[in-house]
Design a protein around this ligand. Structure first.
Ligand SMILES: Nc1nc2c(ncn2[C@@H]2O[C@H](COP(=O)(O)OP(=O)(O)OP(=O)(O)O)[C@@H](O)[C@H]2O)c(=O)[nH]1
Ligand SMILES: [Mg+2]
Length: 461
């Protein structure tokens, strides 16, 4: 695929809509406009960035009118892709759009590959790679917070941050270079302790940027919360309360829930994937014991466990066993059925699960449910480091790998200096780090990788 041909795609979702947008980008854009568009008022040329009203016609079918449309021509370099571009706003029926696209193709364009418009924007330096990826994240954003972060990245926050790191590293490389060119001392680098200090500082910054991936993951995939406890303590009732509807069957019979029941909710913008599970107990019932098996896998994958106990009875053998299994994961303890007289020994509960947060609530009356939500939210936000660079969060695994590579190279540079290796060896590591960082902005990225990134986009973007 070279950048010299003209591409087209339907930019709006498939299906019926008030308006459909067809995009064209490449050198034939203006020709295609002249060939297929009949303006209301006769004209032979079009100004850039202006809307014109008229008919789309089919020259191959004797000038038949296909649709009444608005068109806009955007001349290079002031377009999204940086090339001459054309946007056709037609009526949103799938058939209309297909017919118009067919004429655009006959006029010399070809169908765009997924993400090809944005890829061209990248290749024409309209966007850096982190910004291009932000475009994709904006489209698939699930929450306003997601969207806010993607927008900030589109504005170049990540690119700016990585370029800053790169430039500091290049400064260090220059200092090392000077040491190579003017060796004052055969065995030791001048200023070696300063270099170590600076490199360690930079490595920490790279590390902390890499670790924001976990936060990005939280916003992208949601917090995986699993509700567990022995049978009949009110797990499904709590799920229903959190979801706000009768999602799971609730009965007074222990062992009601067998399958995993999943539902996504949002707590203050954070997506939370809730899973209700079968109550854990030894059982001869095959169906129930299958359910109990499923719980174990689910608990292992949980970000957060809500351990439900009954406040109106004493802690039993089953509770203790479950508590022991999940202790390491720091569950939130939900002491349910607070509308009934309390019999549970809270002190014993605390000893069983030291340091765990506890909420008293009633799934029946709704009392305390807000506290539980608050606890879930608190847990989620504790995962989000409150670094000052909040809006520079990486959400892409590839970006994390680049940052980790850079951090590793810097680690090697530091130990090289500490082991009093020569500048020409240390500088190789520093350069490696710079190179790894440049893959984030795409200043130095293989075309193959770039192709792969853009192929994850949707068609027309
Ligand atoms: N009084 C009172 N009863 C509750 C409360 N929460 C649940 N229950 C009752 O407890 C029983 C069990 O509730 P479920 O939500 O089905 O319990 P579960 O933990 O999902 O049970 P299994 O699916 O069998 O493991 C039902 O009769 C509920 O109505 C509560 O806060 N107060
Ligand atoms: Mg249940």
């Amino acid at each position: 695929v070279d950048g010299n041909d003209t591409i087209t795609a339907i930019a709006t979702p498939i299906g019926e809509g008030g308006i459909g947008v067809i995009r064209v980008s490449g050198p034939l854009s203006e020709k295609i406009l002249l060939r297929l568009f009949r303006p209301r008022r006769e004209r032979t040329s079009y100004q850039s960035h202006r809307l014109y009203n008229g008919d789309m016609v089919s020259p191959t079918e004797g000038g038949k009118v296909l649709d009444e449309v608005m068109v806009a021509l955007m001349k290079e370099p002031h377009s999204y892709t940086g090339e001459d571009s054309l946007e056709i706003y037609c009526h949103g029926g799938p058939l209309i759009m297909k017919t118009i696209i067919r004429e655009v193709l006959r006029a010399g364009a070809r169908m765009a590959e997924p993400g090809e418009f944005t890829k061209r924007a990248f290749l024409n330096n309209r966007l850096d790679l982190s910004q291009a990826q932000a475009v994709m994240e904006m489209i698939s954003a699930r929450t306003e917070e997601d969207l806010g972060r993607a927008v900030s990245r589109l504005k170049g926050a990540l690119g700016e941050k990585t370029r800053m790191l790169q430039s500091s590293l290049l400064d260090i490389a220059a200092r090392l270079e000077a040491a190579i060119d003017f060796p004052e001392d055969d065995t030791e680098l001048p200023d070696s302790q300063h270099l170590v200090d600076d490199l360690v500082k930079l490595r920490d910054q790279v590390d902390s940027l890499a670790s924001t991936y976990e936060e990005g993951k939280l916003f992208r995939e949601g917090l995986h919360v699993v509700i567990t406890g022995k049978p009949n303590v009110g797990k499904s009732s709590i799920l229903n309360r959190l979801v706000g509807s009768e999602r799971a069957i609730v009965t007074a019979i222990p062992g009601t829930t067998r399958d995993l029941i999943r539902e996504t909710i949002r707590i203050k913008g954070i997506p939370v994937d809730l899973t209700d599970t079968a109550g854990i107990r030894p059982t001869d019932n095959i169906i129930e014991s299958k359910g109990v098996e499923l719980v174990r896998g689910e608990l292992a994958r949980a970000d957060l466990i809500i351990f439900v106990v009954e406040g109106n009875s004493e802690i039993g053998h089953e509770d203790r066993e479950i508590a022991r299994d999940i202790r390491d994961k720091g569950p939130i303890i939900a002491v349910n059925k607070s509308d009934l007289p309390r019999r549970i020994d809270i002190e014993e509960l605390t000893m069983l699960l030291p340091g765990c947060d506890r909420v008293l609530l009633s799934a029946k009356t709704g009392e305390g449910m807000d506290l539980l939500e608050e606890e879930i939210f608190r847990f989620a936000s504790s995962r989000v480091s409150d670094s000052a660079q909040k809006d520079v969060i990486i959400t892409d695994l590839r970006q994390r790998i680049c940052l980790e590579k850079a951090a590793e190279a810097l680690g090697r540079a530091v130990s090289g200096l500490l082991e009093q290796q020569t500048a020409d060896i240390v500088i190789i590591e520093v350069r490696d780090a710079v190179k790894a960082l440049s893959e984030i902005t795409g200043d130095n990225t293989d075309l193959e990788i770039i192709d792969r990134i853009f192929s994850n986009f949707c068609i027309g973007k």
